[in-house]
Design a protein around this ligand. Structure first.
Ligand code: FES
Length: 110
């Protein structure tokens, strides 16, 4: 296990997200109802930056083709839409999060 500290809890208020580059990965950390979750920050379809997408509740929508992911599980809840064509997107990797003394740390070895 290798937890890396990425932010203070005050930097990511409820309903907000922030992305970090660490250990060669881009990770999106979200505060959903006071709990913190970490998933890959790049869409599994074509690498869209989810930090530029829209977060509604626990669902983030990719800004490129609209794939939607549950930020608490990384699960793809709907795929990209290319015109009339609906595709499927793979789930995002999810990382264990630890909050200690108001510091958010992510286990990047999962
Ligand atoms: S890159 Fe995210 S939906 Fe296409």
């Amino acid at each position: 296990m290798s937890f890396i500290e990425v932010a203070k809890t005050t930097e990511i208020p409820n309903g907000q997200m922030k992305s970090f580059s660490t250990a060669g990965k881009e990770i999106l950390v979200t505060n959903y109802e006071g709990n913190y979750f970490a998933i890959d920050a790049k869409c599994t379809h074509m690498g869209g930056k989810l930090i530029n997408g829209k977060l509604e509740g626990k669902i983030v929508t990719c800004p490129v083709h609209g794939a939607r992911f549950d930020v608490t599980t990384g699960v793809s809840v709907s795929g990209p839409k290319l015109g009339p064509i609906k595709l499927k997107a793979k789930n995002l990797a999810i990382y264990e999060v630890k909050v200690d003394n108001k510091i958010i740390a992510i286990n990047i070895n999962e």
